[in-house]
Ligand binder design. Structure first.
Ligand code: GLU
Length: 307
């Protein structure tokens, strides 16, 4: 173990559990380093645990060797999961159990619509994370079509309005009925949907705090609703600003963001800290010093106390 393994030695036992959940669709880049660092600092500032989960559920997007590369990069940056990383591909049975629970409760239904049919049936559709707001065509039956996906039934009226407090972004509200519609938990291609996997995984790991990029703010109401349907606790949420390129687009592995040079970890960490508006940490000359200052700065900003 290197001396930068644990930046809060002797910390008291804490209920706090955070996580970083990269999709292995490419190497760690400046954007994913920001999410990793923010979740790590929040966990350490609370004297809590920090876990890594490899979100390799989306088979077609997974790049061979990317997960190992991300874990190796994190280690070079001085961030190591407090437990062995979890891989979503090993957890299909748990996702199946959750879906069965929802089937039993009558909260989901099979859907036979293709993307084109959904688009055609909407006069004013818009894209939300590549998902079209679903008009509910198969709510009352498949109309003779074969089942393709499973959807969670979203209630009408006030029950569909999800409100939550984001620790960075403030008060949030989303009307799932008008803005999202009944959403997919098992995809037509047989893959488990991100929304189901993330909710089951966070609950099973005992995650108390989700810290991630603001691009996922839009998924949070769906996740909270799903937690309620499955009688799971809702963690606290904190969504950090995402890193954008010169065109204002979010840096992502899909836009071929360049991997960060982890040969110079301190420089990359300082840039990530600056993005999170942590100014003091930029003066550090060692990794150890960097984490000491960054954890303190973060803890003071968000009023973190060991819980
Ligand atoms: N796997 C997602 C990503 O890499 C993050 C999911 C999450 O933090 O909930 O964008």
């Amino acid at each position: 173990m290197s001396e930068i393994d644990d930046h809060a030695p002797g910390r008291p036992a804490s209920m706090y559990c955070g996580r970083f959940a990269p999709s292995p669709s490419g190497p760690l880049h400046a954007g994913s380093l920001v999410s990793a660092l923010a979740s790590y600092l929040d966990a350490r500032a609370h004297g809590g645990r920090w876990l890594v989960r490899i979100e390799d559920i989306d088979g077609p997007r997974t790049v061979s060797g990317a997960a190992e590369g991300i874990l190796a990069s994190l280690a070079r940056f001085g961030m190591r999961s407090d437990e062995a990383p979890v891989w979503q591909t090993g957890r299909g049975d748990r996702y199946r159990q959750a879906l069965d629970q929802l089937i039993e409760a009558g909260l989901v239904y099979p859907c036979g619509c293709t993307r084109k049919e959904i688009a055609d049936s909407l006069t004013n559709f818009r894209e939300r994370h590549q998902t079209l707001a679903y008009p509910g065509t198969c709510r009352d039956g498949l109309h003779g079509k074969p089942a393709r996906a499973w959807r969670l039934r979203v209630p009408d009226g006030e029950g569909a309005v999800i409100r939550f407090e984001d620790r960075w972004q403030g008060s949030q509200q989303q009307d799932l009925a008008s803005e999202v519609g009944d959403f997919v938990l098992k995809r037509a291609d047989g893959q488990w949907a991100y929304q189901l996997a993330v909710v089951v995984d966070d609950a099973d790991a005992g995650v108390t705090d989700v810290v991630r990029g603001v691009d996922l703010l839009d998924s949070t109401a769906r996740q909270i609703y799903l937690q309620r349907c499955l009688s799971l606790p809702t963690p606290r949420y904190l969504h950090v600003p995402v890193v954008t390129d010169a065109n204002g687009e979010k840096l992502s592995k899909q836009t071929e963001a360049r991997p960060i040079a982890d040969g110079k970890p301190l420089e990359a960490l300082k840039a990530a800290a600056l993005h999170l508006a942590l100014r003091e940490a930029g003066r550090a000359s060692t990794l150890e010093g960097f984490y000491g200052v960054a954890i303190e700065e973060w803890g003071a900003r968000f009023g973190c106390v060991p819980v």
